[in-house]
Every structure is written in structure tokens, then in C-alpha cells.
Design a protein around this ligand. Structure first.
Ligand code: PMP
Ligand code: GLN
Length: 381
């Protein structure tokens, strides 16, 4: 059968997050690679899940998500971004943002369509576009600050451009798009038929300015799928509960994909999150919580030979290791895991065509003790 099995994703291996976390376990290294907190989430949130399980909320949820959760999402979106959503037709709860990204891409990308993707980028975008017959048009986010390069982005547009994917705050670089960037983008796309997929999973993990959701810009919102994830916001990445919002005609197509990808998302988790969202302080304190972690990690890293500019958002910090080694980043990351006992993610893997910048990504969603132990090891380099 192997001879007739022609891979649809010949260039895709196992995702770097699985590879590096696996290596961390194998070598007993401190894991600052895959993005997840090593501290607990709010017990009150877990109690709510159990409460709803005991109440019998254990069967399929409605395909677009339970209505109370969609209503809370609508309230939160209006309060934060001034955009009023119809919970009935414009919000779908998904099994993580990864599913939402895939469903949005599958809903709009046709054979031969071009999709503009600023790089480096989160690793699910490119395979999702390829599986749907699209062509990736990469646009480099230039080091050292990785902010959008407006000329390059404008130049990437062609008559075949179907969509643009943005991600702010940005994984892996921690860069944040400004209000000026968003206004510029709004004007750039105004006279086109280009859809926007705006990955905003780190909307509450931001330290520089305010989060500029595409929903704050009416002429962007009318062409956008905006995607978020409760996994990041409430420290429960393993729950895989996310959502997408979009104008009704776009959401209709999105749901056609979603209903056959997963149909629906874990019911008791949805009820628990809906209840928890009644307390906005639970997400409003998240930026300060993570800023303290970023500041702690950056202060510790001053004792090492890594060079960096503090991240503007996300729970990731990039650091340049060229003062330590000229190895390729994948080799260096593996050696660091095996010999020094700290696992990270090499940044070259976030490009379609790997690019060598001598950068590693560190996840600082960790306890102070984990961060201190890790940097103690890194300081030996
Ligand atoms: N987009 C970005 C930029 C991410 O970093 C992640 C986190 N893994 C996701 C999407 C996917 O989120 P989820 O875990 O909710 O699927
Ligand atoms: N988003 C997380 C990261 O960037 C991991 C997601 C995953 O493991 N699939 O590390």
C-alpha cells in the first residue's frame, strides 16, 4: 500500500511541540518548549465542570456551542472591542483554536487560491492551507521586532489572493500589531475581496498597548474570522475549547466544516466556562499576571549570554544565542535539552522554508521556581 499512498503533506513531520516535549521528558529537561502553563488553573473553574457533569450535562452540545457560552462571548466581545455579535448566527464554539483555524481555512480556501501568511507563523496554518489546495504566499516579519512589513505585505497581494492570516499577539515572536497597523490593513483590504483570518488566541496576554482586535475595525470585521482560545486565557490548554466569530454568511460556511470536523465541543466544559465568564476580572487580570512572569524571566535571563528584547505579548520570549554558538537552531535546541537540561523551540520551524536566525523560543508560563531553575542552567552556557 505504501507505493500507492501519496502523502498529501509530504513535507510535514511530527509537530515541533510534540518533538521537543517528548525530548524534554526523555532527558528529564525543564520544559520551556511547548506553550502550556506548568501551574494549576483556578480550582473554582474545575469545580464548575464537575458540577455540570453531576447535573448530567454529558451528552452532545449543540453544534455551534451552548447558547449561554455564546451569549457570554458576545457580551465580552462587545465590552472589550465594541462589536456586537449575534450569538445565534455569528459565534461558534470549537475544539480549540486549532479546529477554528482549520474550519475557517477549509471554508474559504479553494484549489489554487493564494493565502498570505506572515512568517514566522504558528505551525498549523501552512498544512491547513495545503490540505485545502491553497498556495502559501509567505511575507517575512523582519527581525529584530518582527512587526508587519507594510510594503512587503501590500506587494504580496495578487488577483488570486483569497485570504490573509494575521496573529496578534504573535506566536512565536511576541510582536503585537498596533492601532496604526490595523487601520492601515483596513484601508489596504477595503477595495478587495480578501478574507481575513485573525488569530487572537493571546488577546489577554499583552504587555504593550492594548489588544487591537480586528473586530475594532468595522471594515476588517466584515471580512474576518476572529479566533480565540479559552485554553490560553484560563490556563487550561488541555481542555481545547476555543471559538470563532464571523459575520453570518461567513459563519454559515464555517459551520458546514465544523459540523463534520468535530460536530461539537465537550459539553460540561462549555457550561463551566460560560459560568466563569460572568466574572470579567477572571480574564481582565491575565495581562498583569503574565507581565509579572515575563519580567521575572527577562530579569533572570540578564545573567545569561542570550540577547533579547522583552516580548510585547503571548507567553513566549525569543532570545538570540549567537553570542553562545553558531550551531543551527534545531541542533542547538536539541543539545540544550540533552546537555543543559532546558527544552526550547527553535524558531526556524515556524517558517515554510526554514530560516536560520539563531533564535530560540522560551515559554515563560511557568512557576517562578521552574524559571529560576531553568535560567540557572542557561547561565552556565
Ligand atoms: N494559534 C496560536 C498562535 C497558538 O499559539 C495556538 C496555541 N497552541 C493555537 C492557535 C491553538 O490553540 P488551541 O490550543 O486552542 O487549539
Ligand atoms: N500553541 C502551543 C505552542 O505554540 C502548542 C500547541 C500544540 O502543542 N499543538 O507551543
Amino acid at each position: 500500500m505504501n507505493s500507492i499512498l501519496q502523502s498529501k503533506l509530504p513535507n510535514v513531520g511530527t509537530t515541533i511541540f510534540t518533538v521537543m516535549s517528548g525530548l524534554a521528558t526523555e532527558y528529564g529537561a525543564i520544559n520551556l518548549s511547548q506553550g502550556f502553563p506548568d501551574f494549576g488553573s483556578d480550582e473554582a473553574l474545575s469545580e464548575l465542570v464537575y458540577t455540570y457533569m453531576k447535573k448530567g450535562m454529558n451528552q452532545y452540545a449543540p453544534m455551534p456551542g451552548i447558547m449561554p457560552l455564546r451569549e457570554r462571548i458576545a457580551e465580552k466581545t462587545e465590552a472589550l472591542y465594541g462589536y456586537r455579535l449575534n450569538p445565534d448566527t455569528e459565534i461558534t464554539v470549537t475544539s480549540g483554536a486549532t479546529e477554528a483555524l482549520y474550519a475557517a481555512i477549509a471554508a474559504i480556501v479553494r484549489q489554487g487560491d493564494e493565502v498570505i501568511v506572515p512568517e514566522p507563523c504558528y505551525d498549523s496554518y501552512i498544512p491547513a492551507i495545503e490540505l485545502n489546495g491553497g498556495t502559501i504566499v509567505p511575507v517575512a516579519l523582519p527581525a529584530p521586532d518582527f512587526h508587519i512589513n507594510r510594503e512587503a505585505l501590500a506587494a504580496a497581494i495578487s488577483p488570486r489572493t483569497r485570504a490573509l492570516i494575521i496573529n496578534t499577539p504573535h506566536n512565536p515572536t511576541g510582536a503585537v500589531m498596533s492601532a496604526e497597523d490595523m487601520q492601515w490593513l483596513e484601508n489596504l483590504l477595503a477595495d478587495t475581496d480578501i478574507f481575513l483570518i485573525s488569530d487572537e488566541v493571546y488577546e489577554h496576554i499583552i504587555f504593550s498597548g492594548t489588544h487591537e482586535s480586528a473586530l475594532k475595525y468595522p471594515r476588517l470585521a466584515e471580512r474576518s474570522f476572529v479566533i480565540s482560545s479559552f485554553g490560553k486565557t484560563f490556563h487550561v490548554t488541555g481542555w481545547k475549547v476555543g471559538y470563532a466569530v464571523a459575520p453570518a454568511p461567513l459563519m454559515r460556511e464555517f459551520r458546514k466544516v465544523h459540523q463534520f470536523l468535530t460536530f461539537s465541543t465537550a459539553t460540561p466544559l462549555q457550561y463551566a466556562i460560560a459560568d466563569y465568564l460572568k466574572q470579567p476580572e477572571k480574564y481582565l487580570h491575565v495581562p498583569a499576571f503574565y507581565q509579572e512572569k515575563r519580567d521575572k524571566f527577562c530579569a533572570l535571563m540578564q545573567e545569561t549570554r542570550f540577547r533579547f528584547t522583552p516580548s510585547e505579548g503571548t507567553y513566549f520570549q525569543l532570545a538570540d544565542y549567537s553570542a553562545i554558538s553558531d550551531e543551527a537552531d534545531t541542533d542547538f535546541a536539541v543539545r540544550l535539552t540533552k546537555e543543559i537540561g532546558v527544552a526550547t523551540v527553535p524558531v526556524s520551524v515556524f517558517y515554510g522554508q526554514p530560516k536560520q536566525e539563531h533564535l530560540l523560543r522560551f515559554c515563560f508560563a511557568k512557576t517562578d521556581q521552574t524559571l529560576e531553575r531553568a535560567v540557572e542552567r542557561l547561565a552556565k552556557l
